[in-house]
Design a protein around this ligand. Sequence first.
Ligand code: IPE
Ligand code: IPE
Ligand code: MG
Length: 245
Amino acid sequence: MSLLEQIDKSKTPKHIAIIMDGNGRWAKKQGHMRLYGHNFGVESVRETLKAAKELNVRYLTLYAFSTENWNRPKEEVDGLMDLLVRSLASELRELSSSGVRLKTIGDIKGLPDHCQKELDESIEFTKNNDEITLILALNYSARWEILSAVNQLIDDAKNDVFNAEVTDEVFASYLTTSSVPDPELLIRTSGECRVSNFLLWQIAYTELHFTEVLWPDFKREDLYKAVLDYQSRERRFGLVSEQLT
Ligand code: IPE
Ligand code: IPE
Ligand code: MG
């Protein structure tokens, strides 16, 4: 049986989040500059998105640029911003005709103007699509997100917009992911076993899948392996096995 045939399509995660890591090492291994790896990573995004859609995944969140990534060499940062704009411009029609809705999370106002413009237009262009939502985490960090939510809550409390108890649901509604369910599966490529400031609130009960595969080598079979790994887990949410049936 192929990997795809082994997947129970009625039990695929509704939301998969991916820390796309290893572009630089992939490029270096072949004697190229780091940006070469980032360029090849776009093909993995394309493949993963198609495979996710075919598996009935409703939300795919990709960690594309962290707030910490600004500290990389300027040439790499500029190259990543250009790659974002070029990829959106060249992929937009195809994305939209295949039913992809684009969303972002992160401090988008901190991105260069040309990136914000391309993102705004792409979000507007795809806003009525509903096959799958592709969420790009850009200038994102979970601590930034949590602190922004706390500060907004304090403001709303001061201004009497809000005067009730802060529950899980209320807090989640202040996060940038407010309209999106928590991911059931988080994948990180490149062998690093850390979450690097990604979705800290949302992954409280997420299944984690770490693979040695570097992001530019990540293809549909790798997504299938991750989903099969997810389907082999028993998600207990604090209960005991016997309570789950
Ligand atoms: C992930 O690959 C892409 C971004 C963080 C933008 P890296 O660029 O981190 O590649 P490695 O981890 O250095 O190999
Ligand atoms: C995390 O990867 C950020 C993205 C994938 C965008 P990094 O390569 O920046 O993370 P660290 O530095 O290895 O933790
Ligand atoms: Mg990295």
